[in-house]
Design a binder for this molecule. Structure first.
Ligand SMILES: O=C(O)CCC(=O)C(=O)O
Ligand SMILES: [Fe+2]
Length: 304
């Protein structure tokens, strides 16, 4: 008789629901639907938000909607993040902008060989509490459709990556999140807590394309060139949609006793694909079997 053995590593099992049913999600728990009627497809206010987001994405690869979350939602998320903040995994790893390993066949000053210490940390998605409001926002179909229309890209999906799909990024006093490209096409950011100072989001709109890496342009920014750098001052409750695969970006060092906390619900066009093992380890502190199983060459051939 044949026998199949399944080895389950408890640490790889999600602790709470990983997907909320629509009936469990109340949009009013996080949005003022009078101001932001994202559930009413024909509402001109919704269309104006989408038009505004598209303009930003078209021009800079970045859309900004101030005060998107209610004050109560920001407080609920801040409280959740603070309760589990000790679970944030300090990366304490040196990264290059592509999250790849060193390649000593390249010249020393090549951007792929420029490593900077990342001290910011993530509360990984699998650490969120069972009743997490962030997870409800992430699981909301209304949100998925709204973000998809803002991006003018569809369909988009929730991401299969169990660590990266909707984490909180945490920066304590003096932490730094160096220049990098994201592995996924676009990210939604919701600022939950500002640091006392610093913590600015800086980015170089569309510095590379799917066809052109522009290593010279990237190298110039790493060496301090500022002409192509834009700065976005996010406030608590703001929503940002960002095409991080093409725009080099960083978060400047934070200062003060209050940590900067930002929620990063991440949607993708390929629901199957997850971070490469090296990327998962460098960003989220560990790689899981799914990262090894699903590693494959990306269709765009860009470095990461
Ligand atoms: O903290 C931020 O605003 C951006 C974080 C980021 O770039 C990332 O998680 O890839
Ligand atoms: Fe990023």
């Amino acid at each position: 008789m044949s026998q199949h053995t399944f080895i389950i590593d408890e640490s790889d099992c999600p602790k709470g629901p990983s997907a909320y049913a629509a009936v469990e999600i109340n949009l009013r728990d996080f949005i003022d639907l009078g101001q932001f009627p994202i559930h009413e497809l024909g509402n001109p206010k919704r269309q104006a938000l989408i038009d505004h987001a598209r303009e930003g994405l078209e021009a800079f690869g970045c859309a900004h909607i101030p005060n998107f979350l209610t004050t109560a939602a920001v407080e609920t998320m801040r409280a959740e993040a603070m309760r589990i903040i000790d679970k944030a995994r300090p990366a304490d790893a040196k990264i290059n902008p592509y999250l790849t390993a060193d390649d000593d066949s390249l010249p020393q000053d090549h951007p792929k060989r420029t490593f900077t210490k990342r001290t910011s940390s993530f509360i990984n998605s699998d650490e969120l509490e069972a009743n997490s409001l962030l997870r409800k926002i992430y699981d909301s179909d209304v949100m998925v459709h709204f973000i998809s229309e803002c991006l003018n890209v569809g369909p988009i999906y929730r991401w299969a990556d169990p660590l990266g799909r909707n984490p909180y990024s945490v920066m304590h006093n003096g932490d730094y999140f160096p220049w990098h490209f994201d592995g996924n096409d676009f990210t939604v950011s919701l600022l939950v807590q500002e640091s006392e100072s610093g913590g600015d989001f800086e980015y170089c709109p569309n510095i590379r394309t799917a066809e052109r890496e522009n290593f010279d342009g990237v190298k110039a920014v790493l060496q301090g060139e500022r002409d192509s750098v834009k700065v976005l001052k996010l406030r608590e409750g703001d929503l940002q949609i960002f095409r991080g695969r093409y725009s080099l970006h960083r978060v400047t060092p934070t200062k003060g006793s209050r940590p900067r906390i930002i929620a990063l619900p991440t949607y993708v066009t390929d629901p199957y694909h997850v971070n490469r093992p090296h990327h998962a380890k460098a960003f989220y502190g560990r790689a899981m079997p799914i990262h090894v199983e699903r590693e494959r060459t990306r269709l765009d051939g860009l470095t990461d």
